[in-house]
Design a protein around this ligand. Structure first.
Ligand code: NAD
Ligand code: MG
Length: 394
């Protein structure tokens, strides 16, 4: 393919774990993809280093005020540097951009993901929080904008790969590793440290999702994500713990067939699938050696150990803005835990109390969702002594 035929890709959250895995896959296929835009919140040096390699048209520092000296440094790579969160929406909706990798962490990724959907892009969705907060709005925006939403979350990507006849689906089984505390003594959870919570047994990920995996709120968010992505009732979605993280999820059909997707735990597999779809492209992941594999085991999650999972199902059932409240309370509680201001077991407590305290209503539009998000953040912050602000901005 000549230069003009390459597909233009924006990676929002380029300095993160998903961002760097995406750049790794893209580097294997330079003839197919051109990096159009990259974003980071405040990590200017890391972003500049990426721009020196990829030479995108735009770079965005969403959490920084304009800085002429920085802009001059980026200009040396042929890159125009934009500042502030609105620039994320600008590059996501740019007419020259074909694919948007939505890899910002948390609620901060919602507006740009929505902008990409409205603009009819192929949206590679890693930012699950966007669907949790505003599932019906985002799905409608994608439909009306003519966008294609492709799941990057490994479980949803697996389900997507296993789906043939959605009307004949009996069960969607999301697998979960159970995180680092699956087998820990229950009483010891009160005292676990952020470093212990972030030491995931199978995946290397950003800090927020690592803590979410340890509490299993990650799986709760993924249940909500699956509900909207595949338009299935919550009862159809089941969670099982699978400590080896080899089977990434399964779909059961009315005829009794259970279809699974397997691979080594490496996010480059779902990223390459979503990038190349419907073609298959190399991801760089190590092939799975079936004969060297140990047991594949499955178990039911323990509700006492993982109360966050039940909280997520409850918020989904309550509907409207309740999942946005759940998500915001979780973001505050996780950040408080990472800052050493909340014990690990306090995370579920803060979320449950916030859900009880904050009234919820219809999630009619983005304003209603953001208002619920704001109110939930204030209510959650009031439950963490000494915390005044909480936002993930590495
Ligand atoms: P990360 O913390 O490694 O990276 C986050 C990226 O978002 C960084 O580039 C950072 O600069 C940017 N960012 C942070 N706060 C921001 C803000 N307020 N505004 C704009 N940009 C901001 O996170 P990650 O692990 O790569 O996860 C990214 C998303 O992908 C999350 O929604 C996560 O749930 C999802 N996801 C991650 C994995 C994984 O393996 N890491 C797997 C499945 C889904
Ligand atoms: Mg996942």
């Amino acid at each position: 393919m000549d230069e003009g035929k390459r597909v233009n890709l924006a990676i929002l959250g380029a300095t993160g774990s998903i961002g760097s895995s995406t750049l790794d896959v893209v580097a294997r296929h330079r003839e197919r993809y051109r990096v159009f835009a990259l974003s980071a919140h405040r990590s200017a040096d890391a972003l500049l280093a990426l721009c020196r390699v990829s030479r995108p048209s735009y770079a965005v520092l969403s959490g920084m005020p304009r800085d002429a000296q920085l802009a001059a440094a980026f200009a040396q790579c042929g890159t125009e540097l934009l500042f502030g969160a609105a620039a994320l929406e600008q590059v996501a909706a740019d007419a020259r951009c074909d694919i948007v990798m939505a890899a910002i962490v948390g609620a901060a990724g919602l507006a740009s993901t929505l902008a990409a959907a409205r603009a009819g892009k192929r949206v590679l969705l890693a930012n699950k929080e966007a669907l949790v907060m505003a599932g019906p709005l985002l799905m409608r925006a994608a439909r009306e904008g003519g966008a294609t939403l492709l799941p990057v979350d490994s479980e949803h990507n697996a389900v997507f790969q296993c789906l043939s006849d959605i009307r004949a689906v009996r069960r969607i089984v999301l697998t979960a590793s159970g995180g680092p505390f699956r087998a820990a003594v229950l009483e010891s959870l009160e005292a676990v440290t952020p470093a212990e919570a972030c030491a995931h047994p199978n995946w290397v990920m950003g800090r927020k999702i690592s803590v979410d995996s340890a509490t299993m709120m990650n799986k709760g968010l993924e249940v909500i994500e699956a509900r909207w992505l595949f338009d299935v009732a919550p009862e159809v979605i089941e969670v099982v713990i699978h400590p080896q993280s080899i089977v990434h999820s399964l779909v059961e059909y009315v005829d009794g067939s259970l279809i699974a997707q397997l691979s080594n735990p490496d996010m480059r597999v779902p990223i390459a699938h979503a990038l190349g779809y419907p073609e298959r492209i190399a991801s760089g992941a190590r092939p799975l050696d079936l004969t060297a594999m140990k047991d594949l085991s499955f178990e039911r999650p323990d509700e006492r150990r993982f109360p966050c999972l039940r909280l997520a199902y409850a918020a989904l059932e309550r509907g409207g803005t309740a999942p946005a409240v759940l998500n915001a309370a979780n973001e505050v509680a996780v950040e408080a835990f990472l800052a050493g201001r909340l014990p690990f077991t306090g995370i579920a407590r803060v979320i449950a109390d916030t859900l009880d305290a904050v009234p919820t209503g219809e999630a009619a539009n983005l304003e209603a969702v953001m208002a619920a998000d704001g109110e939930a953040r204030r209510a959650a912050l009031a439950r963490v002594p000494g915390m005044t602000v909480a936002a993930f901005h590495p």
